[in-house]
Design a protein. Structure first.
Length: 270
């Protein structure tokens, strides 16, 4: 049975509110943290269910607006508002509601809260980068931590997974068995993987890849979220699994969804 795994963007949002990602009890009206947790649970449920009616969407969005009115503008509520809006965007993308996602993004880009507007502006810029990436072959060239020279231009004719990950990321670790299994099954048919590690401890990263049979080259510069490759591609959540076709074109940034099935179809394509 396919696991339902919350995207790391959503998980990072949960951490911003509480160390415990389990649903919270009904909050007191005056408790801004509990209020944020309660709204969080609404979006988590929508994400897990994989569907939402317009009425459910509007009710969930209204809860965010009410939260801001109730608790005003403080550093904590501002942070919570940013995280709640990120969650709303993440759920819209997860459910494939592109029209709602685009409209919400434009609306948030003019939000009265500067932090929310800045977050939306970053998302818009990243979306533009994604559109640009899909209009020409993806350019990625580096020397891997083991000394291997990596250049996507030299991998034309193969299907390539560019895997942005880290050992400290639980959802990344959950994906490793799927990635390794796909590599073993399809590598001889022309499937390659290029890893971009956002770790800061090289020895720990190398030990993990060896232990788990991750035989492909890894980019590592020890900068964490400041990793030059991931930063250049606008990566703000991991795992981010990008699939590149035989012509070097970025086909999808959602390789997590049935990775093996997607790779098989891409290998069969001319």
């Amino acid at each position: 049975m396919k696991k339902i795994i919350l995207c790391s963007l959503l998980l990072s949002s949960l951490v911003a509110f509480s160390d415990d990602p389990t649903p919270a009890a009904a909050p007191a009206a005056s408790d801004e943290k509990a209020g944020a947790l309660a709204i969080r649970d609404v979006f988590v449920a929508m994400y897990k269910d994989g569907s939402a009616t317009p009425e459910q969407w509007n009710a969930a969005a209204a809860k965010i607006d009410d939260y801001q009115k109730q608790f005003g503008v403080t550093p904590q509520t501002t942070n919570n508002m940013v995280q709640l809006r990120k969650m709303e965007l993440a759920v819209a993308k997860k459910l494939g509601d592109q029209a709602r996602y685009d409209a919400l993004l434009q609306k948030l880009s003019t939000d009265p809260l500067p932090d929310v507007a800045a977050m939306a502006a970053d998302q818009i810029a990243m979306q533009k980068r994604m559109d640009d990436l899909k209009s020409k072959p993806m350019d990625l060239k580096f020397t891997a931590v083991d000394g291997t020279a990596v250049d996507l231009a030299n991998l034309r004719g193969k299907v390539v997974l560019v895997d942005f990950w880290a050992t400290w990321c639980p959802p990344c670790r959950e994906e490793v068995p799927n990635v390794v299994a796909a590599y073993k099954k399809y590598h001889d048919q022309g499937f390659e993987i290029v890893g971009v590690s956002l770790d800061q401890d090289k020895d720990k990263m190398l030990a993990y890849t060896k232990e788990n049979g991750m035989l492909w080259p890894q980019y590592f510069d020890g900068q964490g979220w400041g990793n030059s490759v991931s930063k250049g591609f606008g990566i703000n959540s991991i795992p981010a699994m990008w699939l590149v076709d035989k012509k070097g074109m970025l086909v999808t940034t959602n390789g997590r969804d049935d990775l093996a099935g997607q790779v098989e179809k891409m290998l069969a394509a001319p």
